[in-house]
Design a binder for this molecule. Structure first.
Ligand SMILES: [Zn+2]
Length: 318
């Protein structure tokens, strides 16, 4: 099954998926530093998700972990009003987003693993474990987020990775990562695999920020999934580059190991806030472009339906 904010669904009901999206970011350090990260409107999220659904979409992963503006009840409302399947995450973003007093620096691995498991099995804390009281939403997290900063994976990140690996083994939930400009992608994969996480439970994110095919193939050879999530964000590079990367990895036999998303974590990326490209871009612009580039319908379906359905399914390894 896949764990959405409205409950578990069979994985073959997931449908066309944007595997890295942002629907609500109500506060937290990223927003304090840059107001463009503030996504605080259920109505506008409903509008963006509505366009994605109208273009043939069905499911989205909201990739913001607790404590950084995640809003479990808001996600439930967006899911109810639109009919979209929404998968929320527990876990962590990069350490830059946690103030120096935060428990991520103090709690031990086992205690942190317990907190993550509880968000997946009991429900997400409405206050993102910023304490002191825990108040769980009925909505459960369906995946575990992890992050490293630019070439930075120190003892605290390693502790969080070990805690997440433990939570993965206990729940069967997949791990989705943030890499900073694609750095440490291979290191993230091998560290988690060494911690006992099966490679097919791991998605290494933002790899197209470093569009280096050799590196991507090296990461894919460890057995993990990779995620391309910058189509439409022209400031980071043209879509043509992502199309070429995709063609090469499919050609190399890894068409069953790639996920697509847009990662529209800024107001300026939303049409509902007067910006762009907007959440429908993946299906109205990028997928048609893959078709024109000669991708088969089967190859496209794997990228947006089959691969996310497989990796997002909760599966405990014996
Ligand atoms: Zn993101």
């Amino acid at each position: 099954v896949i764990r959405t904010v409205l409950g578990d669904i069979p994985s073959d009901e997931l449908g066309v998926t944007d595997a890295h999206e942002h629907l609500l970011i109500r506060g937290g350090l990223p927003v304090e530093r840059d107001r463009d990260f503030l996504l605080d409107s259920v109505d506008r999220a409903v509008e963006e998700v509505g366009r994605f659904l109208a273009a043939g979409g069905r499911a989205l992963v909201d990739a913001m972990p607790g404590g950084l503006g995640r809003d479990p009840d808001g996600l439930v409302e967006v899911a109810r009003r639109t009919g979209a399947h929404i998968v929320a995450v527990t876990g962590f973003h990069k350490l830059l987003y946690y103030d120096t007093e935060h428990w991520v620096y103090r709690y031990q691995e086992d205690a942190i693993a317990d907190l993550l498991v509880a968000e997946i099995e009991e429900g997400m804390d409405r206050h993102g474990y910023r304490g002191p009281l825990v108040d769980r939403s009925p909505a459960q997290a369906g995946a575990i987020k992890l992050a490293t900063d630019y070439y930075r994976m120190g003892p605290v990140e390693e502790k969080l990775f070990r805690a997440a690996a433990q939570a993965q083994r206990r729940t069967g939930a997949p791990i989705l990562t943030h890499t900073e400009h694609g750095t440490l992608a291979r290191e993230q994969a091998t560290y988690l695999i060494d911690c006992g996480v099966p490679p097919d439970r791991i998605v290494i994110g933002h790899l197209d920020k470093n569009p280096d095919l050799d590196l991507h193939l090296e990461v894919l050879q460890t057995g993990v999934y990779v995620q391309y999530d910058q189509p439409g964000r022209a400031k980071y590079g043209p879509d043509s580059r992502v199309v070429e990367l995709l063609a090469s990895v499919v050609e190399a036999g890894f068409g069953d190991r790639v996920l697509l998303g847009l990662d529209l974590a800024r107001r300026s990326y939303w049409r509902a806030f007067g910006g762009g490209p907007g959440m429908d871009y993946l299906l109205t612009r990028f997928v048609p472009r893959l078709r024109r580039a000669g991708f088969s319908e089967d190859a496209i379906r794997a990228l947006v339906v089959g691969n996310p359905a497989r990796v997002l399914a909760l599966r405990r390894t014996p």
